[in-house]
Design a protein. Structure first.
Length: 131
């Protein structure tokens, strides 16, 4: 499915590269935060927003990657970096939009229904526990 074989293997080098990328991103974030208060205000909101929907984006992007990993899609690009950049932008945007739609259409009503059911159950438990 992906762009290279064995890119998510259990090798120690893969683990070290992921940790190194995470440390680099954290250091860049700290450097930028120390210089700009306005950026900090917007970046905190962005990080919190992406944190809420990151798992849904992760799950949805594999389904969409099947569509974008076809030879028809790859044949539209003559150079590989443009293919990767456009694929990333399309995948991330579509995954973000779909995750928000799923959240508003399915998950929030389901959560409200479960909360109401829990409240009824808790109320029934209180009336039954009176002795």
């Amino acid at each position: 499915i992906g762009y290279s074989h064995y890119s998510t293997s259990l090798s120690p080098l893969y683990l070290l590269s992921v940790v190194a990328i995470w440390i680099i991103i954290c250091e860049i974030y700290k450097t930028i935060m120390s210089k700009s208060e306005k950026f900090k205000q917007y970046s905190d909101k962005t990080i919190l927003f992406l944190g809420k929907c990151s798992f849904q984006i992760y799950l949805i992007h594999y389904l969409l990657l099947e569509i974008l990993a076809t030879e028809t899609w790859k044949s539209m690009f003559t150079n590989y970096p443009a293919y990767i950049l456009v694929s990333f932008i399309c995948l991330f945007s579509a995954s973000l939009i779909l995750s928000r739609l799923i959240d508003f259409i399915i998950l929030r009503p389901l959560q409200k229904g479960m909360n109401l059911g829990y409240m009824k159950l808790a109320k029934n438990q209180e009336t039954c526990d009176i002795r």
